[in-house]
Design a protein around this ligand. Sequence first.
Ligand code: SAH
Length: 222
Amino acid sequence: MTKSRENMIADIKQNVLRTRQYIGKDKLSLRVIAAMQNVPREQFVPSEEKILAYADTPLAIGHKQTISQPFIVALMTDLLELNADDTVLEIGTGSGYQTAVLSLLARKVYSVEVIRALAVSAKKRLQKLNYNNIEIRTGNGHDGWPEHAPYDAIIVTAAAASIPPALIEQLKPGGKMVIPVGLPYQHQELFLITKDERNEIESRYILSVVFVPLVQGNPPEN
Ligand code: SAH
């Protein structure tokens, strides 16, 4: 590996400083940094990408999908302000890397992935690495995962054309959601959505991002 996990953390901190005027802070919480320090990212990327595992960049994970850039994983996690007893819903399991980071900061993580092969391999990988507070299912994240709702926090790791109403419904009063919104491979914006105790919704623009699209239906390969 050309870069170490410590290099990755240093790059994340630098990116936080670089974007401070957008994200409204100049450091991430120590709990989030500790979680990023703990998860072995090299276990979540294909062998030919391992050399780049700690570069602060997204990497291909097959099926035309990517593992997100470490800075974006850290930032989205930080925005959720998780407590140790929180229940989290993730849409877009992908490699399971973001899922692993969340699992260190919350009581339980439910994750929905639309591509069955990715859901199956993420599940195996997370079990092997002993992440025991995660459940993954194959499905369309537009519907959320109603059986375990409401959630203290929801994170969407693919860009939606608009915010799926089911996700707003499944958020607890006082809960937070981070979601990239925009058209496929065009300008997308990361939003922090909060639902207050009276169920009123507020959304705050954080910064411009690039994510793979949140697909509408089932991909043909399922
Ligand atoms: N969090 C992942 C990032 C994966 S990229 C990681 O750390 O590796 C986004 C993922 O969202 C892809 O795996 C893609 O298949 C999935 N996805 C896209 N549309 C979806 C949908 N409608 N429901 C659930 N997952 C979806």
